[in-house]
Design a protein around this ligand. Structure first.
Ligand SMILES: O=C(O)CCC(=O)C(=O)O
Ligand SMILES: [Fe+2]
Length: 307
């Protein structure tokens, strides 16, 4: 029984006495009790040892075990610095042309995001789609370009990048971790330049069917660079999904916003260019805000369980 949970807890009595249980809906206290137990579990397990999500030098089976248990695992892609440098240069030049309103040279046809687009239409587009972020939503993600289907924009470098991301046993790892069939879908590039405001902790979906394979194309060695952050084990912490869904409902937030997460958990992934991060998108995560002048490129391969 958790120290802050169940019967005799003072906070529970205060909560019930205040009438909040009624306001929050039936079973709200039970949900909070489960969250409290989870928080205590995290304190015991993460507070001392932390979580080792480094899969370097481990087998695909061992990496799959880490992904299943923690929701995330990292390991090197083996991409040579020369290849990383080449794709980096091309993408920064492309971003600079797009930002300046110039027509980029040496790339295949692409289109800009339009008002009828959503994630699916851009992911399934036959050509690359450029989504310049931050025009809406109070400037959140301003400075980010989300380039859908980068392999269709760069017919040589793009498919080679996908191949490199897959050639390290990635699909096998995902299938071992999930016990399901997994398909790689759209390959995006996030080009972040001075993105000083980002969305807070969230999940992409609670479906437990969506995974992303990221590869850092630039060094991300300090918080200033805007690392990908993940809360290990949050993909399966008792009570978190329901508590966060209810909170989001009560406060009019997006249903995928995560406002309740044990504070020990979110971890910035600091790693050199070429590092792969495989992430269960049902776990809490975010991109950390950059300091002005920082640049980061992330390759992002969207993967889904198909059965
Ligand atoms: O930019 C980042 O580091 C995080 C982006 C994110 O939330 C996502 O790709 O789902
Ligand atoms: Fe996300």
């Amino acid at each position: 029984m958790g120290r802050w949970s169940r019967g005799s807890s003072r906070s529970r009595e205060a909560f019930v006495a205040s009438g909040s249980e009624e306001a929050a809906g039936a079973g709200a206290v039970e949900v909070l009790d489960r969250v409290a137990d989870s928080v205590e579990w995290v304190r015991r397990n993460a507070g001392t040892a932390g979580f080792d999500l480094d899969g370097t030098g481990r087998t695909t089976e061992e990496r799959a075990e880490l992904l299943d248990r923690l929701g995330i695992v990292t390991f090197p892609s083996g991409l040579p610095e020369e290849a990383l440098g080449e794709i980096r240069d091309v993408l920064f030049r492309f971003a600079s042309d797009v930002r300046a309103g110039r027509a980029p040279a040496g790339v295949a046809a692409f289109r800009r995001r339009n008002s009828g687009d959503d994630y699916r239409t851009m992911a399934e587009s036959e050509t690359a789609v450029v989504s310049v972020r931050g025009d809406d939503d109070d400037g959140v993600d301003a400075g980010m370009i989300d380039l859908f289907n980068v392999d269709r924009l760069l017919p040589d470098l793009g498919p080679a990048l996908r191949e490199a991301m897959l050639s390290v046993g990635t699909i096998e790892l995902l299938e071992l971790a999930t016990g399901a069939t997994v398909e790689d879908r759209n390959l995006n590039a996030y080009i972040n330049e001075s993105v000083t405001s980002t969305r807070g902790l969230h999940v992409d979906s609670y479906s437990r069917k969506q995974f992303k394979v990221f590869v850092y194309l630039t060094d991300v060695l300090s918080l200033d660079d805007g690392p990908y952050c993940y809360a290990p084990t949050s993909h399966r912490l008792e009570g978190m999904e329901e508590a966060n869904r209810r909170l989001a409902g009560a406060f009019g937030l997006s249903h995928t916003d995560v406002r309740l997460c044990p504070p020990e958990l979110p971890l910035p992934l600091l790693a050199p260019a070429g590092t792969i991060i495989v992430s269960d998108q049902g776990g809490a995560h975010r991109g950390f805000p950059q300091v002005p002048g920082s640049r980061r490129i992330l390759g992002v391969l969207n993967c889904r369980i198909t059965r």
